[in-house]
Design a protein around this ligand. Structure first.
Ligand code: RTP
Ligand code: MG
Length: 140
């Protein structure tokens, strides 16, 4: 059994629609434990830094503009195989392709306004957690 931590963002489409609780319910129902959480307004510089790996992609500018369009909730999730498990709970990037029962199938608006972010590897999880949280803000 591998207990891991992953990094989650509840995106501006969810805070705007006041459905962060529905997202959190999906996370907790899957057995993932929220060990850190805060609501923040990202600056353009922060969002560009966070998504630096995507900066050559055609959707980069729109993605950054969307991610700063309102507050987000950043969280650290802990559990067995948390990284892969959360990606499953999230569903496919495009909600049209997401499986039934996933966050994106049930709640997302579009391929861009897709409600949640989750780390896609252990390396990304570590970098992304450090981007937003000090060790003393994470209580396991
Ligand atoms: P995330 O990083 O947010 O967890 O999502 P992901 O791995 O499923 O998707 P990724 O390919 O990493 O893309 C990052 C975010 O960019 C937006 N996106 N827009 N307009 C488009 O074609 C497009 N493609 C991706 C989405 O918000 C996606 O989550
Ligand atoms: Mg990604």
């Amino acid at each position: 059994m591998t207990v891991e931590r992953t990094f989650s963002i509840i995106k501006p489409d969810a805070t705007r629609r006041n459905i962060t609780g529905k997202v959190i319910d999906k996370i907790e129902s899957a057995g993932l434990k929220i060990v850190a959480s805060k609501r923040v307004q990202l600056s353009r510089e922060q969002a560009e830094g966070f998504y630096a790996a995507h900066k050559e992609r055609g959707f980069f500018k729109d993605l950054v503009t969307f991610m700063i369009s309102g507050p987000v909730v950043v969280q650290v999730l802990e559990g067995e195989n948390a990284i892969a498990k959360y990606r499953e709970v999230m569903g496919a990037t495009n909600p049209a392709n997401a499986d039934a029962g996933t966050i994106r199938k049930e709640l997302a608006e579009s391929i861009e306004a897709n409600t949640v972010h989750g780390s896609d590897s252990p390396e990304a999880a570590q970098t992304e957690i450090k981007f937003f949280f000090d060790d003393n803000e994470i209580v396991g």
